[in-house]
Design a protein around this ligand. Sequence first.
Ligand SMILES: Cc1cc2nc3c(=O)[nH]c(=O)nc-3n(C[C@H](O)[C@H](O)[C@H](O)COP(=O)(O)OP(=O)(O)OC[C@H]3O[C@@H](n4cnc5c(N)ncnc54)[C@H](O)[C@@H]3O)c2cc1C
Length: 509
Amino acid sequence: MQSNNQSRRILILGGGTAGWMTAMIMARHWQKQEVSITLLESSDIGIIGVGEGSTPALKQFFDMMDIREQEWMPACNATYKVGITFSQWSVKPGFESYFHPFKFRLDEQFSQAFFHSALMRRQGIEMPAHPNQFFLAPLLAEKHLAPLPHYNFPFEPAYGYHFDSALLGRFLKEKAQELGVRHKEGKVNQVIRSDSGHILSLLTEQGEQIDAELFVDCSGFAGVLMQKSLKVPFVGFESNLFNDAAVAIPSPPDSHLPSQTLSTAMKHGWRWQIPLTNRNGNGYVYSSKYCSADEAETELRSALGLLNQDVPARHLKMKVGRLEKHWHKNCLAIGLSQGFIEPLEATALFLVQQAAALFVDAYEKGQFTEQNQDAYNASISGYFEGIRDYIVGHYITSSRTDSPYWLDCQNNQQNLSDTLRHILDVWHSGGNLAEELRREHISRYYSPVSWHCLLAGTGTFPDPDKLRPPSPTDKQVNIRKIQEFLYRCSLNFDPQHQYLQQRNAEQMP
Ligand SMILES: Cc1cc2nc3c(=O)[nH]c(=O)nc-3n(C[C@H](O)[C@H](O)[C@H](O)COP(=O)(O)OP(=O)(O)OC[C@H]3O[C@@H](n4cnc5c(N)ncnc54)[C@H](O)[C@@H]3O)c2cc1C
């Protein structure tokens, strides 16, 4: 923030993960300038307190803040995550389960082989094209290994985390305050605006008036500033994504800590299993149009073997979609207040980070000009839509037929975006998907590896009886050699429970 501009006082409304992360990103960036950041929250309302998985972007956040894993991970009961297993999304033989990896540097050499094999199979030639055969991460996940290699392993790892979101919130709060962010308690019940519609100040139930030049709405699903006060319209994704509710139930931890999230398809949605050091987080994300909260809870309890046990369940409703504008007048929305896509790929915190970091950049360049705001809004909406399309891809390619929910998901072709339709057309017509994703600038949201894992992993190929064996002129991939190499690579990693134990012991005074 430039020293001669007016926006010296920033007020962030909301102390969930979005509020504190935004506060830290802004405080870090503008710490040498005279910018005062205050975060106002209401402990009566509290935070949503779910959201336990991340992408590798969270590592970048902690690196940027100079906070070491040794410090924050034990404080948040965190574990490493190398990717996600999608189980039972497809019923096609050989494709009942696949892994979506965070891409290691090492994977670059085999992704071309994977793309080639998948392309041949799409063109009707019998080739091994299951993603798990080509990447290291599924092997690490299968063996419960932490993604930190021995010192002589020459490839850089990529990983995300699992964590207790309430503990993460507390940790970030402390760190943000160390960076100079002021904390206030109070419930906002009135927003004062100027004739031009800009926000001037917030009034709390306790009678305090807080003025600022820039307001950041991190008030969660309540959407206090952008939706309720500034009346920025909400673009719902419900015609594409049916799930609007979730039920969460914890279970005891596994002794050999997994290093992956497990996403298992259920009758009316899917359930997550997220391993923390002290418990497993479990939740069933479903559509309330097809199943009641009681039915969902019973289905989840039954899957977890907790049918008659007195473990409390938490029920949540979700508003899926995004704001039409994320930055409007002198207000910015970040986190659940700006939009939400179901947590299938755990992208919410990534979006928080992107929204805050891109705002800082955009603001530095053009401040409050309309053109600058429009460019920012288009860019953030692009992220929401790019992620939405990838998530919708999971439903449209599922081959489950065991409930009206799954049939409706697959038959929902008419509501697909043009971009997703185009991706599926290229895939089915045997075109070069990687090139197409780059040409259309879609690979910034999900990479060619991710799209190939999804489409190949669910077995989106011609029927096996229509495949022909490769001819001598067809270039073939030596899958045995790749797997042997990956297996040898996996010997450079330790079991996650052992790695964490050793690291924590080294920390002891
Ligand atoms: C079922 C489910 C699963 C999820 N899983 C994941 C996941 O695996 N990975 C991931 O990255 N994300 C996930 N998310 C999203 C994640 O939980 C959120 O993005 C994250 O917690 C940030 O929330 P937030 O800070 O925007 O909102 P909240 O945590 O709800 O915080 C809102 C804040 O605003 C304050 N507030 C509201 N109204 C007022 C008022 N009038 N006055 C004062 N203060 C007020 C509240 O007190 C609170 O401090 C999931 C979400 C759901 C629903």
